[in-house]
Ligand binder design. Structure first.
Ligand code: LHQ
Length: 264
């Protein structure tokens, strides 16, 4: 399907998704939601894509839900069902990113707010430009958290800090985000994309199955008890131990040469 709000480029094993509604701070409308879901589906199935970078066009990363069309929907007979809206939009996007067995990096080039913050939190790593800023936004419009911000944000930065960010609706800058562990690194603005893509290309040369299984183990571990996490590790290691990349890794180590992983 032709996209109108999302740029989908791929090169050297890396898919770059650029949310492309810069005049709206890349806020999500229905088209952007559907195109992002479609692109994630393609990426999931394409074995040649072994890492993903998500960024925003223009000065911001993503302002969350586009509030303008929401206003129109309030006027519809019967109003608007936010529950239904979430189930067919952000819930799908967040689940697809978390269960995608490939590394996903958010290159946060400006504001990430509301569902845009949720999108960044769903990624495995967050690289921020000096201009990155983060806002929960929900309480600003008297809503409850969505897009897994209630699940992921306290796990990333801790419950107390998540509560402060949510209740005050503060616009947190990049250096505080680094201090609080929300972002992995800060990069000068003009270097954000080239350096993140370079980082992603290195990850794309890695043992993709093993990275995917690591992600699966972390996901499981977020809610598991110790005994079941140990059992899950045994189950996943059984899979990893049978991959071609594992054999290559051990052979390369024994022969004192760098491994050549194929993602298989
Ligand atoms: C926007 C938006 C926006 C449209 C900036 N929509 N245009 C929601 C509802 C229902 C059900 C389920 O779930 C959700 C999920 C959510 O995501 S709720 C949270 C929605 N997002 C917000 O409330 C964020 C509101 N925006 C902001 O706090 C700021 O605009 C941020 C921090 C994103 C950016 O600040 P600045 O960099 O200072 O830029 P700006 O405020 O000047 O915005 C630039 C333009 O983007 C501006 O348009 P204009 O035509 O005036 O230049 C804004 O109107 C537009 N924009 N957010 N959500």
């Amino acid at each position: 399907m032709p996209y109108t709000t999302l740029l989908f480029e791929r090169s050297e094993g890396v898919a770059q998704l650029t949310l492309n509604r810069p005049e709206k701070s890349n806020a999500f409308d229905d088209a952007l939601v559907n195109e992002l879901i479609d692109a994630l589906k393609i990426i999931e199935r394409d074995v040649d894509i072994r890492a993903v970078v998500i960024t925003g066009a223009g000065k911001n990363f993503c302002a969350g839900q586009d509030l303008a069309p929401m206003l129109e929907r309030y006027r519809l007979p019967g109003g608007v069902s936010f529950g239904a809206h979430l189930r067919q939009s952000y819930n799908i996007i967040i689940s697809r990113i978390r269960t995608l067995e490939k590394p996903v990096i958010a290159a946060v080039n400006g504001a990430a707010a509301g569902a845009g913050l949720g999108l960044a939190c769903a990624c495995d790593l967050r690289h921020a430009s000096q201009n990155a800023k983060f806002r929960m936004a929900f309480i600003g419009i008297a809503l409850a958290p969505d897009s897994a911000t209630s699940f992921l944000l306290p796990r990333i930065i801790g419950l107390g800090r998540a509560a402060e960010l949510a209740f005050t609706n503060e616009l947190m800058d990049a250096s505080k985000a680094l201090e609080w562990g929300l972002v992995n690194r800060i990069v000068p603005s003009e270097e954000l994309l080239p350096r993140t893509l370079e980082f992603a290309r290195e990850l794309a040369k890695g043992p993709t199955r093993s990275i995917g299984l690591t992600k699966r183990a972390f996901n499981y571990g977020l809610t598991a008890e110790l005994e079941s996490a140990l059992e899950n590790e045994a189950f996943l290691q059984e899979i990893a131990g049978r991959t071609a990349d594992h054999l290559e890794g051990v052979q390369a180590f024994m022969n004192k040469r760098p491994p050549e992983f194929k993602g298989k």
